[in-house]
Design a protein around this ligand. Structure first.
Ligand SMILES: NC(=O)c1ccc[n+]([C@@H]2O[C@H](COP(=O)([O-])OP(=O)(O)OC[C@H]3O[C@@H](n4cnc5c(N)ncnc54)[C@H](O)[C@@H]3O)[C@@H](O)[C@H]2O)c1
Length: 356
């Protein structure tokens, strides 16, 4: 059994999910961590008796690694991935892979040129409820796809946005569409396929941030289906739901819970014997909105490297999702329907305000 040495860059809020995934995987071995804030790296380094660094280039020159996880704030992903690529280590980057589409393109190019794989974390695709729904879709059980809806009704107050200077900014984070709802937007596109056009409206309702805390959008898919996105972090007093509904000519599924983790509706014109057990079997309740998907995600990454096969979410998949989010902002800025594929013009994501 090949063991993969893993190093982490960025030891903030999301790092624990990656530590859990590494711990749960017999082929994964954490060898080093890095954070510009030494205490954060040191805490993990000492607890696990591994090396810790404040500079990732130094880490890469000193430690033998196979996979590097980039878990820094989103605005740094592109620079770090492009810096790491020449060291020829496979790279896992947290979502969103970047903010500006041009950055995503440069990251994919750097990894391609260095012959390494780039994986983008979209762990919700691995939720059990999502996986069984995807299987039903691939088996054609929905018939003609009619309408897909994602709803993210989460709660993030001013204190949350004030935790770091990048949160809620155009240059460093984006709003609810880019940060919290990016998983759901990705799931909608993954299930319904290529998007033809979008129309979107955004507002900042309950917090003081540059970007939106609330958005609604209408999507037209190339297969003729329509989609609706409703996303807000202005639900009070606490998280309510993160859901996906798929309606087709021969079946309807609603995956609810607060993190698309629980099947609420599972009905098809043609029933299978297993259908009766689905609602009772697919109702996992993760302790937080990040869910359990990182464990399955890492398994998929390691399988892909070992077998040189396509992973479920690689750089191009991350880019596709980011293009859709850019299109939503382009529409909200212009007040017009935006057709994909397109080159962002008025979308502010990834831009410093003085550059606009
Ligand atoms: N998959 C998910 O569900 C999920 C959930 C939360 C966050 N995220 C993503 O994870 C990323 C990090 O989010 P977070 O909430 O952990 O942020 P955070 O601010 O808590 O952590 C980021 C860490 O990166 C460090 N850092 C920044 N630049 C660095 C550099 N050059 N070298 C080393 N370390 C550096 C910071 O000091 C900080 O400790 C974001 O892109 C976010 O969108 C994904």
């Amino acid at each position: 059994m090949k063991i993969f040495n893993i190093a982490i860059i960025g030891c903030g809020r999301i790092v624990q999910k990656h530590l859990d995934a590494i711990d749960a995987n017999p082929q994964a071995n954490l060898v080093a961590v890095c954070d510009i804030i030494v205490e954060k790296a040191k805490k993990i380094g000492l607890a696990r008796n591994i090396s810790y660094f404040t500079d990732y280039i130094t880490m890469l020159t000193k430690i033998d690694v196979d996979i590097v996880c980039v878990l820094t704030d989103s605005a740094n992903h592109a620079k770090i991935v492009i810096d790491v690529a020449p060291y020829k280590k496979h790279i896992i980057v947290e979502k969103p892979m970047a903010l500006a589409l041009s950055d995503a393109d440069n990251m994919i190019k750097a990894c391609d040129e260095n012959g390494i794989k780039l994986f983008v974390v979209k762990q919700n695709r691995f939720n059990k409820a999502i996986q069984i729904t995807r299987k039903a879709l691939e088996a054609g059980r929905f018939g003609k796809l009619v309408l897909g809806t994602v709803r993210v009704r989460w709660s993030r107050n001013q204190e949350y946005y004030d935790q770091a200077d990048w949160r809620g900014t155009w240059w460093g984070d984006g709003g609810v569409l880019t940060n919290q709802a990016s998983h759901h937007v990705d799931l909608l596109e993954w299930m319904f396929g290529e998007v033809d056009s979008v129309m979107c409206m955004t507002k900042t309702q309950l917090v003081q941030i540059e970007t939106e805390d609330t958005a609604v959008a209408i999507l037209k898919f190339k297969n003729g289906a329509l989609g609706v996105i409703e996303a807000t972090t202005a639900t009070r007093p606490s998280d309510l739901e993160g859901s996906l509904s798929i309606l087709g000519s021969t079946g309807s599924v609603v995956i609810g819970g607060f993190a698309v983790n629980k099947i609420d509706t599972w009905q098809f014109v043609n029933n299978n014997p297993e259908d009766a057990a689905v609602i009772n079997s697919f109702k996992e309740q993760p302790p937080n909105v990040y869910g359990y998907g990182h464990i399955e995600y890492l398994k998929n990454v390691i399988y892909s490297i070992e077998n040189n096969s396509r992973a479920l979410v690689e750089g191009l998949d991350g880019r596709k999702s980011l293009e859709l989010i850019n299109a939503l902002y382009e529409s909200s800025e212009t007040g017009k329907e935006v057709f994909l594929h397109f080159k962002p013009n008025r979308c502010k994501l990834g831009q410093r305000s003085n550059q606009k």
